[in-house]
Design a protein. Structure first.
Length: 376
């Protein structure tokens, strides 16, 4: 069944407009739960906010396929207030400090949201030695228009309040668009589309579709899902950097618009010994699914990227065969992440085709398979 690209794009736009800073994802949790209940499902929400729903012939517990994507987005948190009402901040996740000066933000406070801008030294008064320097977030300040620390407190803003990019959507040519939090609202949109499609044509195997929290903070939110469901195999759905802009062409072969990306290796490489070498049988299965669906896939082996899949294989005593699928996105972790509706739609088709092949997968290890190749 074809994917309605206009409906898919509208859903992505809606999802990016909802704030879900890591650890404070309640608004998006409530939205996803409302959508699922509206479709006739009764989702389970655990104590930290993970959402899951079972599909297929039986509840997907102690076996079956887990497909998951994270709900949360990166941002900042208030760490202090100056006497004259400016906010000092810490990073919440991997916000790139070089994009922050002059950026529009939203402070999510006790009594409501507050518009903010990140201050920067007036250009006319910036000495030459500072013009090309990215300042750490701890040196930056937010201007919310208030003029004293007392006024900030009276507005309900407290230390620890989360901050996100302001939601600004831009339609670009060729079915492409730019917004904050495409990481990972693209994955969320795919899962919601799969649930809609599987509601009328249920998968033949037990499937749990899950929406995880706190990925941008500690990449461990999905562990509680895995321990509750105990799946046999799992697919982690996230974005991945498209490296076709001029400043990244030598980094990897991933291009925006060329379809979903099969991760062959991901590793954080910045102090976190976390990453994923996917289960070979799942790679072969995804390749076979792509052939069945008549679509191209891209491949990636990357250092500097970590996802919720990093620690999932060891989450249960039996272990979980795990693989990752990436949706290409340009300008990652910025307020203008850029994606393609074609890539999102192709990812939906790929996962549908993969689910049909799951009963034929051989997950046993120990036989020489270094050639990998494809499924017979």
């Amino acid at each position: 069944m074809p994917v309605d690209h206009t409906k898919l794009r509208d859903r992505i736009k809606e999802l990016t407009s909802i704030a879900a800073p890591s650890g404070n994802e309640d608004r998006l949790v409530a939205h996803v739960v409302e959508l699922l209940r509206g479709g006739g499902h009764e989702p389970i929400v655990d104590r930290i906010g993970n959402v899951r729903v079972g599909l297929g012939p039986q509840p997907a517990v102690d076996g079956g396929l887990l497909i998951f994507a994270h709900l949360d987005e990166l941002g900042l948190v208030v760490r202090n207030v100056t006497p004259d009402g400016f906010l000092r901040v810490h990073r919440l996740g991997g916000v790139p400090e070089r994009v922050l000066p002059g950026t529009r933000l939203i402070v999510h406070a006790q009594h409501g949201d507050h518009q903010a801008v990140v201050g920067l030294k007036a250009h006319h008064l910036t000495p030459p030695e500072e013009k090309y320097v990215a300042r750490p977030a701890s040196d930056l300040y937010l201007d919310i228009g208030l003029t004293s620390a007392t006024a900030v407190v009276d507005a309900g803003i407290r230390v620890g309040d989360p901050i996100t990019y302001a939601p600004l959507w831009t339609d670009l040519a060729n079915g492409r668009f730019a917004a904050k939090a495409l990481d990972n609202r693209l994955g969320v949109a795919v899962l919601l589309a799969l649930i809609d499609r599987w509601t009328t044509a249920a998968p033949s195997i037990p499937v749990t579709v899950a929406f995880s929290v706190q990925e941008e903070f500690n990449v461990r939110g999905a562990l509680s899902i895995a321990r509750a469901v105990r799946p046999t195999l799992a697919l982690c759905l996230d974005i991945t950097p498209a490296t076709d802009p001029p400043d990244l062409v030598a980094e990897s072969p991933v291009r925006l618009g060329d379809g979903p990306v099969l991760s062959r290796m991901s590793f954080h490489g910045r102090g976190t010994l976390g990453g994923l070498v996917p289960h070979p049988a799942l790679v072969r299965g995804l390749e076979a699914a792509a052939r069945d669906a008549g679509m191209p896939v891209q491949y990636e082996a990357i250092i500097g990227v970590i996802t919720d899949a990093a620690f999932l294989p060891m989450a249960t005593p039996e272990a979980i065969a795990t693989a990752g699928i990436g949706i290409p996105v340009r300008y990652t972790h910025s307020p203008v992440e850029t994606g393609s509706v074609d890539d999102v739609a192709a990812t939906i088709h790929l996962i549908e085709a993969f689910a049909r092949l799951v009963p034929d997968l051989d997950l046993e290890r120990g036989e020489p398979q270094l050639g990998l190749g494809g499924m017979a």
